[in-house]
Design a protein around this ligand. Structure first.
Ligand SMILES: N[C@@H](CCC(=O)N[C@@H](CS)C(=O)NCC(=O)O)C(=O)O
Length: 108
């Protein structure tokens, strides 16, 4: 269903990135991976969005979860499920709005 809500800025040979991705994989959470290796523009984008320079940096929608340790803490506390639920509801609302405006178009 469209773009996954989770974005992870990562780099190869990064143990924390592997750990973060393993956590998402183990929970069946789809994510979009942005490899910042050797890509200055994407690394700058990550730093601008997160205020941090280390990889990984994980986002749910526009919400910054943090690095691998933050992701693990959010998973333990239930915060991750809450954020994913909120993100899924927002996506469903957008889809409903789109189909409603689509219906209007079809009457024209
Ligand atoms: N506590 C952080 C640690 C992340 C970290 O140390 N990442 C390493 C790569 S595996 C890094 O970005 N090092 C480069 C630097 O510290 O500038 C997390 O859980 O994400």
């Amino acid at each position: 269903m469209g773009t996954p809500p989770v974005t992870i800025y990562s780099s190869a040979w990064c143990g924390y990135c592997m750990r973060a991705k393993a956590l998402l994989d183990s929970r069946g959470i789809a994510y979009k991976e942005i490899d910042v290796d050797g890509n200055r523009a994407l690394r700058e984008e990550m730093i601008a969005r997160s205020g941090r320079r280390t990889v990984p940096q994980v986002f749910i929608g526009e919400h910054h979860v943090g690095g691998s340790d933050d992701l693990a803490a959010a998973a333990r506390s239930g915060e991750l499920d809450r954020l994913l639920g909120a993100s899924a509801r927002a996506a469903a609302e957008r889809a409903t709005e789109q189909s409603l405006s689509g219906d209007e178009d079809s009457h024209v």
